[in-house]
Design a protein around this ligand. Structure first.
Ligand code: CDP
Length: 236
């Protein structure tokens, strides 16, 4: 499969058209961004790590009956995936309070939530990805109807029910993560984008150490080592 024209360049990936109209290639970049792109850096090898981690997690989800856009890992930085119409909702799943949940609602960092929280953000960089309730999402026409919002929630929980125990088994608490969904050519809502330490928070169960993009957000360093550790544990 060959890349033809570029379709889109985002903060972490370039998306290319291919000679098959139903397939795209995502090229994972080494750039790291945070705070709506205000903080930027380059971490050589980060793109390849995220491609490999996402590949393993998409395979795991596919094996467990969750449909994703993943088709194949082409090489270190490139993933072949289905073409989908992106739903402009970021679905945030939380098991433990931290980040904006702690800040916005005054919940102590590290509190284990009594149930898994699923939130919607509007995927709109210019507006700073504001929080959405169901009526906002319907008002903005981000989905066709309430049923589609219910599907997003249900799929997010299903994915969490697979990933949370999987990560626990490799010594990581899956604190929270962001999912994106799209509609494939048959109109099915499937998981798209990536699943990596760029959009998941992983805390080591023994030490509490962050093994994700928070190391970059907080300027702690050791970003690449942390991503490598996540991949190493996944591949064990
Ligand atoms: O980073 P911040 O505290 O503002 O965001 P959050 O709402 O606490 O993030 C929850 C989870 O979603 C974290 O795992 C983030 O990495 C992820 N997220 C993301 O990948 N992209 C966004 N635009 C927002 C959140």
């Amino acid at each position: 499969m060959k890349k033809t024209t570029i379709l889109y360049e985002g903060k972490a990936k370039k998306i290319f058209n291919t000679d098959d109209k139903d397939l795209l290639i995502a090229e994972f970049k080494d750039s790291l961004t945070a705070f709506d792109g205000k903080k930027k850096d380059l971490e050589l090898g980060k793109g390849a790590l995220n491609n490999k981690i996402s590949t393993e997690l998409f395979k795991l989800l596919n094996k467990n009956g969750v449909q994703t856009h993943f088709v194949d890992m082409i090489d270190d930085n490139n993933m072949l995936h289905k073409r989908c119409d992106t739903i402009l909702i970021e679905v945030i799943v939380r098991n433990i309070a931290t980040g904006s949940l702690s800040k916005n609602f005054g919940i102590k960092d590290g509190t284990i939530l009594p149930f898994t929280l699923v939130e919607f953000d509007y995927k709109n960089d210019k507006l700073g990805d504001p929080k959405l309730n169901d009526q906002h999402a319907l008002l903005l026409g981000l989905v066709s109807d309430q049923k589609e919002l219910d599907i997003l929630r249900q799929k997010a929980r299903e994915i969490n029910d697979i990933l949370k125990p999987y990560f626990k088994n490799i010594g990581l608490n899956l604190v929270d993560f962001k999912l994106e969904f799209g509609k494939d050519k048959d109109g099915n809502i499937i998981l798209i984008d990536e699943l990596s330490p760029d959009n998941c928070r992983f805390w080591d169960i023994d030490t509490g150490e962050s093994l994700d993009k928070d190391r970059f957000r907080q300027g702690i360093g050791g970003v690449k080592l942390a991503y490598e550790e996540v991949l190493k544990r996944i591949l064990k």
